[in-house]
Design a protein around this ligand. Structure first.
Ligand code: RTP
Ligand code: MG
Length: 170
């Protein structure tokens, strides 16, 4: 009796914490990236349109959460820019309101998400990109995306450590 219930509990627990599968055939080609909707886009109520673009462009949202950066966490997250002229401005901006953090999955997710975002400077972004549609300038540019597999793993690990623990490909 007890044994039977333990199995039920194990099945329930694993279904609660397993990563959604959505493309069994090509799962070995699936790549994961870390994405963020930044405070300016949330303040301007562009969350919905950005999420629609993410889905329309073939990304699967593996997890998503609204949080707010503590100053120390923002400095750690953007550590590579410490010492640069825009660092203070960047930290003030990114801690100015809530952000939405996501893990996106797709073949070539890292490159394709960066392409959909557009370049850092929103005023130079191509039509159709998120930064063209919703960014303002080189600071307030609506979204973030990991720039390499190493960054994706580091950034996903900072916010979603359980995902790294549970998923071999990450
Ligand atoms: P992100 O990391 O947020 O995805 O942006 P990114 O790769 O396109 O640009 P990155 O060079 O990593 O810069 C991080 C964020 O810092 C702000 N920034 N300001 N010259 C400037 O004033 C300047 N350069 C960058 C932007 O918010 C940029 O997204
Ligand atoms: Mg960057």
């Amino acid at each position: 009796m007890l044994k039977k219930n333990i199995w039920k509990l194990l099945i329930l627990t694993s279904s609660l914490f397993s990563i959604p599968t959505y493309n069994n055939e090509n799962s070995q080609n699936t790549e994961y990236t870390f994405a963020m909707i930044k405070p300016d886009a949330i303040y301007a109520k562009n969350t919905g349109p950005i999420i629609s673009l993410i889905e329309q462009n073939g990304f699967v949202i593996i997890c998503m959460q609204k949080v707010r950066f503590a100053r120390k966490s923002a400095e750690l997250f953007y550590g590579e820019h410490q010492g640069k002229s825009f660092f203070e401005k960047l930290i003030n901006y990114i801690t100015s309101g809530p952000i939405i953090i996501m893990v996106l999955a797709k073949k070539d997710a890292i490159k394709d998400w960066r392409m959909l975002m557009g370049p850092t400077d929103s005023t130079k972004a191509q039509e159709g990109t998120i930064r063209y549609l919703f960014g303002t300038d080189v600071t307030e540019n609506a979204v973030h995306g990991s720039d390499s597999p190493e960054s994706a793993k580091r950034e996903i690990g900072l916010f979603f450590p359980d995902l790294i623990r549970l998923h071999n490909n990450l």
